[in-house]
Design a protein around this ligand. Structure first.
Ligand code: S3P
Length: 181
């Protein structure tokens, strides 16, 4: 894999965004396996630095505190290059995160339909922004965020696709863009 397949390269990262349950971690791992790049899960990074789970951070310190840690974790990616970075679903909510993501590399939206997201969230409901919420409320959050996700450099439909296939599609789309540039 050449180092310059990333369009708009700055720190050369591939940043995966999308709603909870969109498959950012699995596709991220598949992309890392395919490209030989390092995979970083931003939520995992935050948990490691904080020494506790995202769930505990939300319950002990609240969402705003978590969002500050999330922006800090994203900023820490400036110290690295050419990684595959899976983000948490809410990273798109802060304009300053977008400024950072644009400087970090190429932002890729994993676009899943609502039905698939619901089934994934239902299978793993241990998420602070889902627990105790009505489905309509979670769907409203998804609809509010959708236009933000859609401002990514690349939008990749992933519904019913195998993660390895999605990873291949992303690499192909990016190399096509690089060759066009
Ligand atoms: C969140 C998504 C979670 C995690 C946190 C907040 C969100 O990550 O960052 O619970 O606001 O959508 P995943 O998208 O990996 O579930």
């Amino acid at each position: 894999m050449t180092e310059n397949f990333v369009s708009g390269e700055k720190r050369g990262h591939l940043i995966l965004v999308g709603f909870m349950g969109a498959g950012k971690t699995t596709v991220g791992r598949a992309l890392a396996a395919l490209t030989g790049r390092q995979f970083i899960d931003l939520d995992g990074w935050i948990e490691e630095k904080a020494g506790t789970s995202i769930k505990n951070i939300f319950s002990d310190k609240g969402e705003e505190y978590f969002r500050a840690l999330e922006s800090e974790a994203l900023a820490a990616m400036m110290q690295r290059t050419h990684c595959i970075v899976a983000t948490g679903g809410g990273i798109v909510g802060r304009a300053k995160n977008w400024e950072l993501m644009r400087r970090l590399g190429t932002v890729v939206y994993l676009e899943n339909d609502w039905e698939t997201i619901v089934s994934r969230i239902a299978a793993c409901p241990d998420r602070p922004l889902v627990t105790g919420k009505a489905l309509e409320e979670v769907q409203a959050l998804f609809e509010r965020r959708r236009p933000l996700y859609e401002t990514a450099d690349l939008c990749v439909p992933v519904t019913n696709q195998d993660p390895a296939e999605v990873a291949l599609t992303i690499v192909e789309m990016l190399s096509r863009e690089t060759h066009r540039a």
